[in-house]
Ligand binder design. Structure first.
Ligand SMILES: C[S@@+](CC[C@H](N)C(=O)[O-])C[C@H]1O[C@@H](n2cnc3c(N)ncnc32)[C@H](O)[C@@H]1O
Length: 266
């Protein structure tokens, strides 16, 4: 029997939680590409971040942008998305629910663009610090680090930087392993074999970044006051220390931290 849709209604708008889909099952509902745990975490943060200054990285069809608009009533939300095709559904939603134009969606922007992203943030926020940042974009290592280096220093003390789905590659491995039993002749098993016998060299997963952030929270607690990891959801609470713009991740982790990931230690 098909399970009933998981929905959350916020400010009169119904969001259907479908992390692996891009459309809702019912007209009038908005597809939110987040699971129940992630959604509940945002609901629990709603009071703290009501009226926030926010950056969202990775918009897709705009379900989450609509969700944050209704849930947080941001004073300003700047969103960036690699696709350069504006999504009509989101444009229409914002025309109805964001009459004051507080939400700005920037299509065709790469999260790793070190010229464009700072320019957008300077234009929208000037010197004013951010409260909340959500990175749900590429889930690749280098662009995720670039975004962090550009944006994390711009958070206020106590502000929150959230990275979603950092564990995707590990979940993929679990899925491939499971298919060894269920579909031994299938293409996923061939894919798994090519990874394990060294025929294909996998990319370094972005989980390395999360491990570096754990070290950073130890080396620089004045910069990262708290790190919270649950499932594929990672939250960093900004400490009170001054962080120069564009500080490289290596400065957050220190020399020993760098050497760990270079394999230089005995
Ligand atoms: C998982 S979807 C975002 C889902 C959305 N946040 C939600 O919850 O409904 C990831 C999005 O990130 C975008 N993306 C991928 N690489 C990117 C990059 N380098 N810069 C900006 N956006 C990127 C993709 O085009 C895609 O739309």
């Amino acid at each position: 029997m098909a399970s009933s849709p998981d929905t959350e209604t916020v400010g009169g708008v119904t969001f259907e939680l479908r992390p692996r889909r891009r459309t809702s099952t019912r007209k009038g509902w908005i597809c939110l590409r987040k699971n129940r745990e992630y959604t509940d975490r945002y609901l629990s943060l709603a009071a703290e971040f009501a009226g926030c200054r926010m950056v969202e990285v990775g918009v897709d069809r705009g379900g989450s942008t609509a969700f944050f608009t209704k849930l947080l009533h941001p004073e300003k939300l700047v969103a960036v998305e690699l696709s350069d095709e504006p999504v009509e559904q989101l444009t229409d939603f914002l025309a109805e629910h964001d009459r004051q134009g507080r939400v700005e969606v920037n299509w065709g922007v790469d999260q790793a663009d070190r010229a464009v992203v700072p320019r957008l943030l300077d234009r929208a926020f000037g010197e004013v610090k951010l409260d909340l940042v959500v990175d749900d974009a590429s889930h690749f290592l280098a662009p995720s680090i670039a975004t962090f280096e550009m944006i994390f220093p711009r958070l206020r003390t106590g502000g929150l930087y959230i990275i979603e789905d950092w564990s995707n590659d590990h979940l993929l491995e679990r899925g491939l392993r499971a298919s060894l039993d269920t579909d031994p002749q299938g293409s996923s098993v061939r894919k798994f074999a090519s990874l394990t016998d060294g025929a294909e060299q996998p990319k370094t997963p972005m989980s390395v970044f999360i491990c570096q952030l754990v070290i950073a929270a130890g080396f620089h607690p004045d910069w990262i006051a708290e790190i919270r990891v649950q499932d594929g959801f990672c939250e960093l609470r900004r400490g009170a220390g001054d962080i120069p713009l564009d500080t490289p991740l290596a400065s957050y982790t220190g020399m020993l931290g760098e050497w760990i990931f270079e394999g230089r230690l005995s």
